[in-house]
Design a protein around this ligand. Sequence first.
Ligand code: FEO
Length: 386
Amino acid sequence: MKAIKISDNIYWVGAIDWDVRNFHGYLTQRGTTYNAYLIIDKKITLIDTVKPVFTDQLIERISSVIDPGKIDFLVSNHVEMDHSGAIPAIMKYNPGVEIITCPNGEKGLRTHYKKEWRFNVVNTGDSITIGDRSLQFVLTPMVHWPDNMLTYIPEQKILFSNDAFGQHYASSGRFDDECPLDVIMEEAKKYYANIVLPYSKQVQKALSEASKLDIEMIATSHGVGWKKNIEKILSKYEEWSSNKTIKKVVIIYDTMWKSTEKIAYAIHDAFESQDYQIVMNNLQHNHISDIMTELIDAEYICVGSPTLNKNIMPSIAGFLTYLNGLASGNKKAISFGSYGWGEQIKKIDEYFKNTGFEIIESVKHKYIPGSEDLLRIKNNIIEKIK
Ligand code: FEO
């Protein structure tokens, strides 16, 4: 395995994880990459590392350019272990490597690795000269950990953005001009929805900082970087972080004997009659991380579950827990479900309230809804949404 040159004296030395399908609960159908970058200058500098199991791949790629023992600086833009996991290996080659990171980065790395490494702590506006080029830093706390920062090389107009603007997407191409744009945009949206969404305010702040930079290349830490579509990905981040919605409903449900599913389709018909874009998600067939992607710009969310014993179905409770961790309160919400006795659909409304959603209606039906019941449900929903 070898390094891939991405600019003058700058190489991609990361790892491609073709097989990963679960990234702490996020379904990564297309795998991912852990991108690290090697800069050959007076001070040889490595920007980020890789997930621990890919350490050998990182070392092999670095070794195709220089002896890893010659690295002087290691910039840690983010402590999470998919990027810091190979720092201990790099430090074994040269214990004198200076780790450049922000204050929360230092705290995080000390807590994770419990080593007395040499730290050079930087803040927004700081700059370090490494020879013919310099590194400038912009702290972006909570996009999506307290320790995130961006590193910028003004001489080459490259922004090393770490998790921001990334995608879980395994590819031999390193930049957007080598891959299908619709696929990488979809993966960037999914990444935003499942990783970055709770921190939209911080994203707006980071975008305002990034807008001051003249950028010709964004080198992300996952998936491909951006050269041809920089404006497009920046404007998508602006859009996703704005909490704006479109005329769209996402209907999510599980069902035991199809009664809740019948209600789901009555609600579908109500929204269809009002010309909404509709996405149906039976949780038996759809993954919660894909549903989050659809939800970013939806005006309405409808969640349905039958009452199972004295609760809602575990699949729905799991989805609502995941949603509660990620979503903001920019949605109108409808709960629904069938029950035999001991109705528990109210538990869905409790999740809605905790997530800050505006509850529009709760549809409850005892046992099996007939055609007249379904028409009544449809007409009632139409009245609520028109
Ligand atoms: Fe890719 Fe937050 O780590």
